[in-house]
Design a protein around this ligand. Sequence first.
Ligand SMILES: [Zn+2]
Length: 316
Amino acid sequence: MVQNRIGIDVGGTNVKLALVSPDGKIIYSNSIPTHAEMGYEYTINNIKEAIHTLLKETESKTEDIQGIGFGFPGQVDYKSGVVRLAPNIPGWVDIPIAKMIEDEFHIPTRVDNDVRCAALGELNFGAGKGCENLICITVGTGIGSGLIINGKLVRGASNAAGEIGHIKLQMHDGPICGCGDTGCMEAFASGPAIVAMAENYILGGKSTKFRELANPDITPYIVYEAAKAGDPVAKRIFTIIGEYIGIGLSSVINLLNPEKVIIGGGVSASGDYLLNPIRETVKQRAMKIAGEAVEIVPAQLGNTAGVIGASMLIES
Ligand SMILES: [Zn+2]
């Protein structure tokens, strides 16, 4: 008989849940508020309740479910099923979430980092279908990645592999990064870097479309809207951001020789304004053989990559 799986994508604001078929289709989905300020037990109780609701509404028995997978925005110990640390969800330190869920439902449960889940989703059902070697990058408030090598997700010696955002682009000084170091790619090229650059152009008196569009704050999306409306300053910002990402990526492409780089995350909504300068920079800066083998493409699953990928954890 066909066994479906449950994928759960935990974020700072919402927890998304889905019942996913073996061919990656979402059969049922729901979303509940995280309410991190109420403590992790409160959130986990709400998640348990939402799983009971999912089972009831889809008329599924626990034995019909092959597994439950959690994607978490932070450091996760996949082997023991423990959330080590989630910077955007205060209070989640050393939480054995897999055991807590297994004790309630008696369904095998796994947990991994959310960007790795997105990479698994794209590999199996999205832009990475058929690939053996790929890098899935998310560009948003931070920059993260999931690495697939020889068809397998790479976790590393202490579950910390894939921190592409902290590749150093500058030896001394440089902008301060959230990790505490300076000169990281994330400090040059994430969503907040786009906003800071836009604000600098405004302060510098440049005539820009995003000054009109700001409501009242500048967001990466407003800079994208301005670029679409033909604003040269907004286009220039994406070109610079794309160059930074392209330079960092060139090192990773030289190192790993992937077939595809998949770009997702909030900032990737800017499409070719961001992707073209990345492609151009990789063409110029990566070594010839690796650079020519790689295709740089947008993510396909959008914000469903997290739940679909999390549902795949049970098999990987
Ligand atoms: Zn850093």
